[in-house]
Design a protein around this ligand. Structure first.
Ligand SMILES: *Cc1c(COP(=O)(O)O)cnc(C)c1O
Length: 419
């Protein structure tokens, strides 16, 4: 998309923005050199919705007033608290029962692999992207070791072609076919955290299924960022955190998707705990685990209500807006950012970097810098641009549709020109 990057045009885009009133529903952190930071790290920690405080207050009040009876008599009874998060399914394109909110992301990945990485002697390989988020690398490494396999034999890491920064879908599919009946699991991110590449979840899932493998996705950078149809795409399982694009606060809870074909089968193997037990009998304290149908049957512990309350505040806002509107604005913001960055580069020969985010992208632009990269990043930080530095030399920027404006981006561009 070609756009002009004048101040007038940025102001015009802001005036016409159907989400413009949402910025004031967030706390924008104050800057040192300006009233508000230019905050472009919603992909790392989303900003705080102003409603979070009252949602938390509600649970604190019920705890104060009811003590243990808050489980049944609170305004939002804690016994069935996870039901207040059924809207989460809409964010990722799932059926209500296919999604549950619980634990943290890495914990959930392990729980899901207990169910969906069940290697045999001959079918035990995992295909994943090289340079995955470290937690995911450690998860996979420890899982294959746990099953007695050698990492280098069991895990196939996919790298982009020489001279390219993004993986090609055709190359991943070729590797899936080549691995064939040795492949147990395709495990990819939905959106690559470093490059911002959006993977073709639908096609990769279909290819994995064709050779008899399962397909699971870490959607940490996808949830609340891109449009997904996890159910229709027939994905086996997925998990994500809610504190990045979904603004639910540091260490906030994680979402889990289990396709109904597995979730409604009580024989799908899993680790169990009392909160996933058939809800109507949960407090009967009997022997014999009977899972709740759906993803809820993967719950272990009682709900961490205080962190979940913060997520509820944010989720209600997501539900009000809807992913279609978010994605529409996000696409525009990101296109504007790209054009601003290119124009700045043309205006200032000191700016030496390459955009490595491919066309398949959500709200993120990754700039691969050279040895001047750190100086540029420090300059931006001094001027209250909150971006993200990833070793060895990438600056990541995530303009997010709920609270970033086109003027944020324009002002960022002016700073770039003056570097
Ligand atoms: C952010 C992120 C995580 C973080 O995991 P936590 O368990 O929430 O600390 C894991 N994986 C990916 C791909 C991420 O982007």
């Amino acid at each position: 998309m070609q756009m002009t990057t004048t101040k007038d045009f940025a102001e015009k885009l802001d005036r016409e923005d159907s989400l413009k009133e949402y910025r004031s529903k967030f706390y924008m952190p104050p800057g040192k050199t300006r009233a508000e930071q230019l905050y472009f790290t919603g992909n790392s920690l989303g900003l705080q919705p102003k409603t979070v405080e009252s949602y938390l207050q509600q649970e604190l009040e019920d705890w104060k007033k009811y003590g243990v009876e808050g489980h049944f008599h609170g305004k939002n009874p804690w016994f069935s608290y996870h039901h207040f998060f059924e809207k989460e399914a809409k964010v990722v394109g799932a059926k209500t029962d296919e999604v549950v909110v619980m634990n943290n992301l890495t914990v959930n990945l392990h729980l899901l692999l207990v169910s969906f990485y069940r290697p045999s002697k001959s079918r035990y390989k995992i295909i994943m992207e090289a340079g995955a988020f470290p937690s995911d690398m450690y998860v996979i490494e420890s899982q294959v070791k746990h099953h007695g396999f050698d990492y280098n034999d069991a895990v196939i890491e996919m790298k982009p072609r020489e001279g390219e920064h993004a993986l090609r879908t055709e190359d991943i599919i070729a590797k899936i076919n080549e691995t064939g009946d040795e492949l147990a699991l395709l495990f990819f991110s939905g959106v690559q955290y470093y490059t911002g590449q959006v993977f073709n979840i639908k096609e990769l899932t279909a290819a994995a299924h064709k050779v008899g493998a399962l397909a699971g996705f870490d959607c940490a950078h996808a949830a609340g960022n891109i449009k997904m149809e996890l159910h229709d795409w027939n994905v086996d399982f997925a998990a994500w955190c809610t504190y990045k694009y979904m603004n639910s606060g540091p260490g906030g809870v994680s979402g889990v998707f289990v396709h109904e074909k597995h979730g409604n089968n009580p024989d799908t193997p899993r680790f169990a705990g009392w909160w996933g037990h058939k809800e109507s009998e949960r407090f009967q304290m009997k022997r014999g685990y009977i899972p709740e149908p759906g993803a809820a049957g993967w719950q272990l512990s009682n709900a961490p209500v205080l962190t979940m309350a913060a997520h509820k505040a944010s989720l209600d806002m997501f539900d009000e807006v809807g992913m279609d509107v978010l994605v529409e604005k996000g696409t525009k913001l990101n296109a504007f950012l790209e054009q601003v960055v290119i124009d700045a580069q043309n205006a200032n020969p000191k700016l030496e970097f390459e955009i490595i985010t491919p066309e398949e992208r959500g709200c993120q632009l990754s700039m691969l810098t050279n040895e001047n990269g750190k100086a540029l990043f420090d300059y931006l930080t001094e001027h209250d641009v909150i971006a993200d530095w990833r070793e060895p030399n990438v600056i990541r920027l995530a303009p997010v549709p709920l609270y970033n404006s086109f003027m944020d981006i324009w002002e960022f561009g002016e700073l770039l020109k003056n570097f």
